[in-house]
Ligand binder design. Structure first.
Ligand code: RIB
Length: 297
């Protein structure tokens, strides 16, 4: 049996300040909340933990501040089995913070990048050897744009499988778009990333397997081997959707690192993401292998 490949996640590490309320405030309005929690997050860290919980061999590349959050966030990744030896601590800088409001199962998020700004091309060049030890590389958009493009170029030239999750939405250069193996927008990101591209199945077909579109509670679609792949929804008792997209991406990386087909990888990613919405918080909701539905046991 082929050895399982490893995963490098290059991205953000945040502390989520998550407030719960009965409904989201309208612009200019104040609403009373019910509670506030400090929950480790950040799209990069979340995706790393999602892959590691399922059993993946994961290394995290990113930066935290010299504050107490930096220590706690790094420790949380380590406790989840992620290799944290390449995370850089930036003295005098604050760790990334996300202000999250959760109401009616949905969330709104404002991110203050802090130390995530220090994930520069210079830092990535220093980590080159360690990053290229992995076979699958997972990136998002909470680090500087030039760093994402630098990493895509470095990893694709080395023949790695590069997954780019365009969240929050910001386009990539045409060259980097060419170089990535998979891009995983949700439908809103897809509409912004490929304006005027028409219906989603047509978009998936046009990019022939490169573009995987997540549809929230409606599943996901992609093009695979000459046919449209429609991943059906898994019904969920939704409590909080924060981190569902991250769970999808982490699980996808895990499955591709195991050498699974795209179809099997997407079925797992969809199940894991759906399960993650049934618990509160981004990382707290991510399932381990044992918590997956019976068909994965
Ligand atoms: O995708 C959810 C994540 O987005 C949160 O954990 C928050 O940190 C923001 O990065």
């Amino acid at each position: 049996m082929a050895a399982e490949k490893s995963i490098a996640v290059i991205g953000s590490i945040n502390m989520d300040l998550t407030a719960r309320a009965d409904r989201h405030p309208r612009v200019g309005e104040t609403v009373m909340g019910t509670d506030l929690q400090y929950i480790p997050g950040g799209k990069g860290a979340n995706q790393a933990i999602a892959a590691a919980r399922l059993g993946g061999r994961v290394s995290m590349f990113g930066c935290v501040g010299g504050d107490a959050f930096g220590e706690r966030l790094t420790e949380g990744l380590r406790e989840n089995g992620v290799d944290v030896s390449h995370i850089r601590r930036i003295p005098g800088e604050s760790s990334g913070i996300a202000l999250i409001t959760v109401a009616g199962g949905d969330n709104s998020i404002v991110v203050i990048p802090g130390a995530n700004r220090h994930v520069t091309p210079g830092y990535l060049a220093e980590q080159r050897e360690a990053i290229l030890e992995s076979d699958v590389v997972l990136l998002q958009n909470e680090i500087p744009e030039e760093s994402v493009e630098f990493a895509v170029d470095m990893c694709s030239q080395a023949g790695k499988t590069v997954i780019w999750n365009p969240a929050p939405m910001r386009p990539l250069s045409p060259q980097a778009m060419e170089q990535i193996t998979y891009c995983t927008p949700n439908e809103h990101e897809a509409a912004l990333l490929f304006p005027g591209s028409g219906p989603l199945p047509k978009l998936a077909e046009e990019y022939g397997g490169k573009v995987i579109i997540t549809l929230g509670e409606r599943g996901a679609i992609a093009w695979d081997g000459g046919a449209l792949l429609q991943i059906p929804p898994r019904p969920a008792q939704v409590v909080d959707t924060t981190g569902a997209g991250d769970t999808f991406n982490g699980a996808l990386a895990y499955a591709l690192a195991r050498g699974w087909t795209l179809k099997k990888a997407l079925l797992l990613a969809n199940d894991a993401a759906s399960l993650s919405t049934e618990r509160y918080g981004a990382q707290s909701g991510m399932p381990s292998c044992r918590e997956l539905p019976d068909r994965w046991q």
